[in-house]
Design a binder for this molecule. Structure first.
Ligand code: UDP
Ligand code: MG
Length: 313
C-alpha cells in the first residue's frame, strides 16, 4: 500500500472546502477501485480563517479521522507558511499540493500518480496553458515577471507554473530542509531541482469565494521572488554608479576643452542643479535597493518561526 498525502492551504474557504473534498474523494476512489493499491490522507491547513473553514475541517475529520487531518494556525501566516506546515505534517510516500478552490483540477491526479509510479520522474508539476479570464494588465505583468526572473536569476520558472504538483518523499524532504524565512515556493520548487514533468491545463474559475490576491500583493510577491533569487538589482546599483562616474569625467573634459577652444564660460546653475538632483536621486534609489536586501537579512537573522500551530489533528 502506498500512502498519498494531499496538502491543502485554506484561508476563508468555507464554501470550497466541502466541494473540494467531495470531488477529490470521488476521483481518488474511482482511480483506486480496481487497483486497491493506494491509501490517501488530506492535510488541510487553516491559515487563520475568520469564517467557518476550521469547523468544516473538524467536521470532515470527525467523519474520517484516519483520512482527514488538519493543522490550525494561530493567525494568518500566508499561503507559503501554510504549504510548509502541510508538507511537514504529511506522511505520504507521494505528496500532492493543491488549492482548495478547485482551480487545480483534481482530474489530473490519476495521471500524476501514474506518472510517478510508472516512470522515473520525481515530480509532476502543472502549468496553465492560457490566461483567459485574467485582466489584460495582470496577464501582461505576469509575462513580464517571468521574463525578468528567468533572465536575471539562477532559477528558471516555467511561465504559468502553478503550485499544484505531486512529489516523491525525497523532494518533499529537500523542500522542508530549506531553512529560509522568506519563502517563495515557485523559486524553491525550481531550486531543489529533480526530474520534473509538466502537465498543462486550461484555466478554471474558482468554485466559490474570491481570490486573496490584490494587484499590490502580486507585485510584492514578484519583487520577493526576484530579490530572493537574484543579486542583479544590487549589481544595477554599481552599474549606475560607474556610468555616472564616466559621464562626469566626459562632461568635465568637454567643459575644459570648450573653455580652452572658445573661451566660453560655462553657463551656471540650471545644469548644476539638474546634475545634483539626478545624482541624489540615483543614490537614494541604490540605497533603497540595498535597504530591501538588508531588510530581508534582518528578517532571516531573527529566526522567527514561519508559523505557529494552535492545534493539529
Ligand atoms: N491561501 C492561504 N493563505 C492566504 C491566502 C491564500 O492559505 O493567506 C490559500 C487559499 O485558501 C487557496 C490558495 O491559497 O487554497 C490559493 O489562493 P487563491 O485562490 O486566493 O489564489 P489564486 O488562485 O487566485 O492565485
Ligand atoms: Mg485560486
Amino acid at each position: 500500500m502506498q500512502l498519498i498525502s494531499i496538502v491543502v492551504p485554506c484561508y476563508n474557504e468555507q464554501e470550497s472546502l466541502p466541494l473540494f473534498y467531495k470531488r477529490v474523494e470521488q476521483i481518488m476512489t474511482e482511480f483506486n477501485r480496481h487497483r486497491d493499491q493506494f491509501q490517501w490522507e488530506y492535510w488541510f491547513v487553516n491559515d487563520g480563517s475568520s469564517d467557518e473553514s476550521l469547523k468544516q475541517m473538524q467536521y470532515l475529520h470527525a467523519a474520517n479521522p484516519e483520512g482527514v487531518h488538519y493543522v490550525n494556525f494561530s493567525r494568518n501566516f500566508g499561503k507559503e507558511a501554510a504549504l510548509l506546515a502541510g508538507l511537514k505534517a504529511a506522511q505520504g510516500d507521494l505528496v500532492a499540493v493543491m488549492d482548495v478552490d478547485l482551480q487545480d483540477p483534481p482530474e489530473l491526479l490519476p495521471t500524476m500518480i501514474e506518472t510517478l509510479i510508472e516512470t522515473d520522474y520525481d515530480v509532476v508539476a502543472t502549468k496553465r496553458s492560457d490566461r483567459t479570464g485574467e485582466p489584460w494588465l495582470r496577464s501582461k505583468l505576469s509575462q513580464a515577471f517571468y521574463h525578468v526572473i528567468n533572465h536575471i536569476s539562477q532559477v528558471q520558472i516555467v511561465p504559468g507554473a502553478r503550485d499544484y504538483r505531486l512529489m516523491r518523499r525525497q523532494v518533499v524532504q529537500a523542500i522542508i530542509d530549506m531553512p529560509e524565512y522568506n519563502r517563495f515556493s515557485k523559486g524553491i520548487f525550481s531550486w531543489v531541482g529533480f526530474k520534473t514533468k509538466y502537465l498543462s491545463f486550461h484555466h478554471q474559475d474558482r468554485v466559490a469565494g474570491k481570490t486573496h490576491w490584490s494587484m499590490r500583493q502580486l507585485l510584492d510577491y514578484s519583487l520577493e521572488g526576484i530579490m530572493d533569487y537574484s543579486e542583479v538589482p544590487l549589481a544595477i546599483a554599481s552599474w549606475l554608479g560607474g556610468l555616472s562616474f564616466v559621464g562626469a569625467i566626459l562632461g568635465m573634459l568637454w567643459i575644459v576643452f570648450r573653455a580652452l577652444l572658445f573661451g566660453n564660460p560655462t553657463a551656471g546653475w540650471p545644469s548644476l542643479v539638474a546634475i545634483i538632483l539626478m545624482l541624489g536621486g540615483l543614490q537614494l534609489l541604490c540605497l533603497g535597493i540595498l535597504g530591501k536586501y538588508v531588510g530581508r537579512i534582518y528578517l532571516e537573522t531573527k529566526h522567527r518561526p514561519q508559523y505557529l500551530i494552535k492545534e493539529q489533528r
